[in-house]
Design a binder for this molecule. Structure first.
Ligand code: SF4
Ligand code: SF4
Length: 87
């Protein structure tokens, strides 16, 4: 799993699953630490990171095998996670 920083503060991970290819990105400063994305990820691929945002939250990081299902993007109330799928 490859990590890259796209713009300041934003964290992105390249994902290649059996069916899909793309990038999962996290905008830490938007995160409020609710944990919904971690709880509802069907692959249990997210966990809280050790990083602390200016507001004192720990934004999740990708640690497992993401399948780019899009649940985290849909469920995040703060629009802190988004996916970019490649064709
Ligand atoms: S896209 Fe799906 S599999 Fe990947 S981290 Fe989000 S919820 Fe989990
Ligand atoms: S659902 Fe959004 S706000 Fe909640 S922990 Fe995940 S990224 Fe942060």
């Amino acid at each position: 799993m490859e990590k890259e920083e796209k713009s300041k503060g934003e964290r992105c991970w390249k994902v290649e699953s059996k069916k899909k290819k793309g990038t999962l990105c996290m905008i830490p400063e938007r995160c409020k630490g609710c944990g919904f994305c971690i709880e509802f990820c069907p692959m249990k691929a997210l966990e809280f990171s050790d990083k602390t945002t200016d507001k004192g939250y720990h934004p999740p990081k990708l640690t497992g095998d993401c399948i780019l299902c899009g649940k985290c993007e849909k469920i995040c109330p703060e629009f802190a996670i988004y996916l970019e799928e490649e064709e």
